[in-house]
Unconditional design. Sequence first.
Length: 241
Amino acid sequence: MIPRIDSVALTASTNDDVMALARAGASEGYWLRADVQSGGRGRQGRQWQSPVGNLYASTLVRLRAEDPSAASLAFVIGIAAHVTLAPLGGPHELKLKWPNDLLLNGAKCAGMLLEREKDGVVLGIGVNLASAPEIAGRLTASFHDGSAAPFDPAALLVDLARNFAEKLARWRAEPLQRTLADWESRAHAIGTPLSVSLSADEKLEGHYDGLASDGALFLRMTDGTRRQVHAADVDIIRERI
């Protein structure tokens, strides 16, 4: 099945637009792409800079009674994005980072956002194809870095939408553990040092120790204990000089 994809030159937020369509009864599988967003956002309401040339798109999933948890859709869109984008990176290393980022040589090149209302889950994705915004305290990268030719966001979305549909079907048909194992195979290695911000006042440091059966992050603490994290901001700790 070829997904339905609409494109607009400018909108405030593709997630907001698709959520409005979801409230109006839109069907699963719809995608909306914008050349530019004036009010794009990431997790926790952070601004997502949206200059022309990058990919900004959202889709809708309608939850069924027998589906795995809605939160685990983050792994589905992450895997689909990795499958789609890995060929663009050439010799560069592309890795998933819990809960919803893609890293190109350790720098953020894409992010995903899930928002839910009743049985509708809107999944948004932003990919730095042409340029990477400057974000204080965070390394960013674009796929155009080191590439002679720009990438076409519209053409790329066709591939992403097809890959997502395939991974979504597997998420529904197979045990969730298979999706989680696929995600883990595309993520940073076990033992990667992580900084985990549970809130503005609580931060943990430890080492990535895989995923729980529901997709929660396992963090191995310095005393050897294992902490399970369900929601947090996570950063890879770089080598301290």
